[in-house]
Write a protein that binds this ligand. Structure first.
Ligand SMILES: [Zn+2]
Length: 306
């Protein structure tokens, strides 16, 4: 697959930032738990490394550094994992997001190895559900020959998410440093144009899978509640992306959100919902494997891993 020039330039910048950090993490791993009669498996697609200022450019520098240091985290760098959710129930094998593929970052794109390690073939995947169309969630759609990695799957994305990324004007609306990513996502979605199912947020998209509107990070971002019997679990996507900042300071703008203001409203509403319902979540970028809950804490919340 050839990268367009803009993708390549941005990719190069990210590669050097990652290489400089040099983390010795496992390439992939898998973690399982039962949900009703079904099974949830968390597959690691790898991880990303970004400067903290790139992630939170609009938070005052001293406040951000003091907060991170207070949690014994590095102040200059963030290394979010990429946790993919696989749900197997009856004759369905549903994958939520497909990871970054081989063209995004050298530290992502491990999904095929992770699936292989648990004995699931690409042909076994019956459904692929996208939380949103950012590269770390979408670009694993195609293999190195530009063919669909999951040839037999049904694909689903929300209608507002599709409309935003497929719009030729979107590249002019996102931040300049995001333009190459927007073009790359558009190109990949176009491959699915004849076969993707578009759904409205706040609806059941597959039996037992309900799409919650968690827009703001992107215009059609959805989180998915998986229900099996009396049990349920929420696949968050990037609605809550940092284990400390997002929970303790949901009002701090996240630099990767398409709409900062809309995201803040969504985060506060979602945290209240999760803490009230005590619903277990899986966070795509929360500490691997990403299982946990939101608890009320002081005037905000905290993430409690489970
Ligand atoms: Zn993400």
């Amino acid at each position: 697959m050839l990268l367009d020039r803009r993708e390549f330039l941005i990719g190069t910048g990210l590669v050097s930032a990652t290489a400089a950090f040099g983390l010795g993490r496992p390439a992939f791993a898998a973690s399982e738990k039962m949900l009703g009669t079904g099974k949830v498996t968390i597959l690691s697609d790898g991880y990303m490394s970004f400067p903290s200022r790139f992630m939170y450019p609009d938070v005052e520098n001293d406040a951000l550094s003091a907060f991170l240091a207070g949690h014994n985290l590095p102040t200059d760098q963030m290394d979010p994992p990429c946790n993919l959710t696989l749900f197997q129930s009856g004759d369905r094998t549903i994958l939520f997001d497909v990871g970054g593929g081989s063209q995004f970052l050298p530290t992502t794109g491990k999904l095929p190895e992770a699936l292989d390690a648990i004995g699931v073939t690409p042909e076994d995947i019956t459904d692929v559900v996208f939380t949103h169309a950012h590269p770390d969630h979408l670009w694993g759609l195609l293999d190195d020959f530009d063919d669909l990695l999951f040839p037999d799957a049904n694909y689903y994305i929300s209608e507002p998410e599709w409309d935003f990324w497929i719009d030729p004007e979107t590249v002019n609306k996102v931040r300049e440093d995001q333009q190459g990513l927007a073009l790359g996502s558009k190109r990949r979605l176009e491959v699915l144009a004849d076969q993707i199912t578009l759904f409205k947020p706040e609806s059941e998209i597959i039996s037992g899978v309900y799409a919650h509107d968690t827009s703001g990070h992107t215009p059609g971002h959805c989180s998915f509640e998986i229900r099996d019997g009396s049990e349920q679990l929420l696949v968050l996507g990037d609605a809550l992306a940092h284990p400390f900042i997002t929970f303790e300071h949901p009002e701090w703008p996240f630099g990767q959100d398409v709409s900062a203001e809309h995201s803040i409203i969504t985060r506060k509403r979602l945290l209240d919902f999760l803490a009230t319902r005590q619903m277990e979540v899986i966070g795509y970028h929360l500490p691997y494997p990403g299982f946990g809950r939101a608890e009320r804490h002081n005037s905000a919340y905290r993430f409690v891993a489970s």
